[in-house]
Design a protein around this ligand. Sequence first.
Ligand SMILES: [Zn+2]
Length: 531
Amino acid sequence: MRPTLTFHGAAGCVTGFCAELDTGEARLLIDCGMFQGSKTLKALNYGDFPFDARRIDAVLLTHAHIDHSGLLPKLMRAGFKGPIFATAATRDLCEVMLADAGGIQEAEVRELNRRNQRRGRPTVEPIYTARDAARLMPQFETVRFDEPRDLAAGVTATWSPAGHILGAASIMVEIASETGPLKLLFSGDLGPGGSDFVAEPRAPAGCDYLILESTYGDRERLVADAVARRSELAAEMREAHAAGGPLLIPAFAIERSQELLMDILAVMDSGEAPAGDVFLDSPLAIRATEVFLKRGWNPTTGRNPFEALRRSGRLRYLEKPAESDRLERLKGWHVILAASGMCDAGRIRRHLKRLLWRRECTVLLSGFQAAGTLGRILAEGAERITIQGEEVRVRARIRMFDAYSGHADAAGLTNWALARRPIGGHVFLVHGEPSASAALKTRLGEAGIAPDRLVIPQMGDRFALHGPALEALPAGPRRIAPDAAARPDWHNDRTRLLLRLNAALDTAPDDAARAALIGRLASILGDAGDR
Ligand SMILES: [Zn+2]
């Protein structure tokens, strides 16, 4: 049998990465990520996997981010019993992240079920619980960078640093096939380089197929060195202080948050930014920080830069929800970091609900914001939003600050890909919104990779791999319309419409005008709307 490669997630969108490699003798998953973004996309997390989890022999994990690892406990619940191969840092981070993700789902489902019961709707189950996440951990087997590992019959894989977050890797998978050995290189998420605690991205050159992420395939970022980045941050903090404070930072718990935190403390200590209390309001980020203290050693200096977090007298760790609640009474200048980074879950939502209407508050968005998330909606300048069903006017200052992103930009992705040549077969561009993947395709074409070798797969697309040749096979059932993954969905549209309706009613000159507007809308809805 010819080996096949199927894309089950992060194809046509940025989240939910999951690729299935069937060698004929072994069936492997590369990552098993959770979908984030619009409700339509997140609904995929609740549905059945488009494959039989009991027949997967092993998972090869690139890194711990939830959009790459977040459905592993669900995979176990669906009957997967095999090993999960990952670096030690990825394993340690998964232990804290998956337990946290399970806890968030339990809490959100409790809240949702209360609403569903009041509305007379059926209740739902969490995708998995914190306990499921703990039960999964014995299935992890750790691998070392640059050491080839035999994983299954005819399959060898090697992990190399991807420079993205602690433990993150690109994975070269070598398989035996009818036409001879085949090499597939999965980039994983690639970092920009220049980090103080993760190795520079490197991977071997020469493969048959390259599976390349394209998150920032359409963006050039000014490459800021550590000093420039710090002074930009200090300027943002000074402006936030001048506006009256506080400063709210939706935090990617394990991306560059720990670095951001170190710089916030440093610029306060040096006097470049006004000093004040700094709250890390994320149990996950607190536990992740412990992993960084254990594993975040600079390979050259042998020092652990995160030690600075231990020494600071300004930093307060908030573990319990009651401690988070007490922030409500705080006045004046202070800084709060709370997860999640795209504002689609976690404690940040409650802070946004209580602070977004206040002009003196500043919200600093510090990384990639997927389509349909609250973070993206704020970034695009919405004047009113809803959080947990409640309408909130946005008067806070919304600032974008991308200098701490863990992703390579378009030039970085292109250079990394070119350094992997010779590439005998095709390059699959995944893990990007359609415009980003298309822009990277153009760029790689201009850089000398033949355009017919550049493929942008959709979710469910399946390919047979023969030597360097490629054959598209009939795709499995589409779980989502090909163009639906990366745009706001009808839930977003409904919210916008309701907000517009409320605004129109608020500003109507009198009750007669309001009654006329409601009458016109009711007539469109017809009889169904009268009930
Ligand atoms: Zn990532």
